[in-house]
Design a protein around this ligand. Structure first.
Ligand SMILES: C[S@@+](CC[C@H](N)C(=O)[O-])C[C@H]1O[C@@H](n2cnc3c(N)ncnc32)[C@H](O)[C@@H]1O
Length: 478
């Protein structure tokens, strides 16, 4: 039974097989005797039997020789599947334990081909089970013998993670890869122990606040995507902020001159209005910024990501361009920005804050806004805030690149001013023309508009800024 490429539905069986074959329960029980101190220790404990099993697979004299698992391979073993099965989802979510898939890891390795063939050094500040480092090591130079190769790799690869088991998994997989590339499969327990000792630049630690990795030629990272309180001294954010943004800021702060950073990051850092200062900070502290919009992280993780690559301390370009947006925009003379002709506002009604105060007025929610058609009769509420007089268009704020239509508009007509829920964005023609509303709804159906939106922002919420920035064809509205 192999974990290689096992689909999630089969993992239960696989896990049961691991449990029987390698007596994983015994380890589990042993772990439970010690009260874990934190979530990452729980994660490490849960993953530990799996890593011990990996270790067993590499050792000649281990019990695993006795079981029929010749297909099991420590390099290609599905470390993600194992994490999903062994570590509860809440813990993975809180610690950002979502390992990089092959496609993204290969893309990053490809972007670093020159550094790989030159034998540059690579550090992953949140290395997990080593997927990014493995992708690099697959084409990293070899030496004459396994020992020489591992001695060399031990000086060229480094990483950090909160989980001890992940760090051990990374080292074991690098060793397994070196063995495989030298045409070998297993080693003696003694050799394995001495090979493990060659990887001196791996730390079980919280990367934030350290200077780990500063001396390496390249940083490769898929940092955790959770939210943390911005550390003291961070000028680009306050309060809760993207942990991935803090990781990159940290890497930039300590990097040696000439270091290259290649990272997988949540799209909100590239396109979110609230991360403008973060982007500025990155630009100020690096050069040769390159952004590659990727799309959804994986089948099971519904977060869109982009790949960022920068050089630290290289000479900066004088002419600044908006490097964060892919060049999808054809600047057409025949186009104007939507906000030249329309006012764009978020609906002001926050349902749970409604008090019974104010005039009785018609109230529009997403529920009463039929997609691509006219809004009908509306219920009424008491509301004392801003009302909007028709005609205008509303679009739903929630919108994903995977939706059939990225923009879902409805038309509001009538004589009475209306209260609008905050899940809708109001787009109101500045000259009050119904024709402009109808034209806009038609233009929103065009693929060009959706393509542009998907390139500019892959976040799950539209913002007024993004909508105001849409190019619309001027002559349609004349
Ligand atoms: C998204 S996973 C990426 C793992 C690996 N780099 C990969 O590409 O597969 C993020 C990793 O960060 C680790 N992590 C979370 N917070 C950390 C911190 N403060 N310092 C170091 N590692 C951390 C988690 O344990 C997890 O393994």
């Amino acid at each position: 039974m192999s974990l290689i490429s096992a689909p999630p539905s089969k993992v239960n069986n696989v896990k049961r097989d691991y449990v029987t074959l390698f007596n994983l329960n015994a380890d589990d029980n042993a772990c439970r005797l010690i009260e874990p101190r934190s979530l990452h220790e729980v994660a490490s404990d849960k993953y530990s039997p799996f890593v011990k099993m990996m270790q067993g697979l590499l050792v000649v004299d281990s019990d695993s020789d006795a079981v029929p698992c010749s297909k099991m391979d420590v390099v290609d073993i599905n470390v993600t599947c194992a994490a999903e099965e062994l570590i509860p989802h809440e813990i993975r979510a809180s610690q950002g334990i979502f390992f990089t898939g092959d496609q993204i890891a290969e893309k990053i390795a490809l972007s670093l081909s020159e550094e790989i063939s030159a034998g540059s050094s690579f550090f992953d500040p949140s290395c997990g089970a080593g997927n990014l480092l493995l992708a690099i090591a697959k084409s990293f130079p070899l030496k004459r013998s396994v020992l020489d190769t591992l001695d060399f790799w031990g000086k060229k690869f480094g990483g950090c993670d909160l989980s001890e088991s992940f760090i051990l998994a990374t080292k074991l997989r690098l060793i397994a890869l070196a063995l495989r590339r030298h045409g070998l499969q297993k080693v003696s327990r003694q050799d394995l122990e001495s090979y493990l000792r060659l990887f001196k630049s791996f730390e079980v630690a919280d990367y934030l606040g350290t200077e780990f990795g500063a001396d390496f030629d390249c940083i490769v990272a898929n940092p955790p995507f959770g939210h943390i309180t911005a550390p003291d001294g961070v000028a680009w954010s306050s309060g809760k902020t993207q942990q991935a943004g803090v990781f990159i800021a940290q890497a930039l702060m300590v990097a040696k001159s000439g270091q290259r950073i290649a990272a997988v990051l949540p799209d909100v850092l590239r396109s979110g209005t609230r991360y403008q200062k973060w982007r500025h900070m990155v630009e100020q502290n690096s050069a040769d910024l390159h952004v590659d919009v990727y799309g959804q992280f994986s089948k099971t993780v519904d977060v869109d990501v982009f790949l960022l690559s920068v050089n630290v301390g290289a000479e900066r370009r004088v002419d600044r361009v908006d490097n964060w947006q892919p060049t999808v925009r054809r600047v057409l003379d025949s186009c104007v920005k939507l906000n030249a002709l329309f006012e764009v506002r978020v609906g002001p009604v926050v349902p749970h804050r409604l008090s019974e105060k104010g005039k009785l007025v018609p109230y529009l929610t997403t529920h009463d806004a039929p997609p691509f058609s006219k809004v009908g009769r509306l219920p009424k509420i008491n509301f004392g805030g801003t009302l909007y007089s028709p005609p205008f268009v509303v679009v739903r704020r929630t919108s994903s690149p995977s939706d059939k239509a990225r923009l879902v508009p409805s038309l509001v007509q009538g004589r009475h001013s209306i209260a609008v829920e905050n899940h809708l964005i109001i787009i109101k023609p500045r000259d009050g023309s119904l024709k402009k509303c109808l034209e806009l709804i038609e233009e929103f159906k065009e693929e060009r508009v959706a393509d542009w939106l998907n390139a500019v922002s892959r976040c799950r919420h539209l913002t007024t800024k993004i909508l105001a920035d849409i190019d619309i064809v001027r002559e349609r509205y004349e």
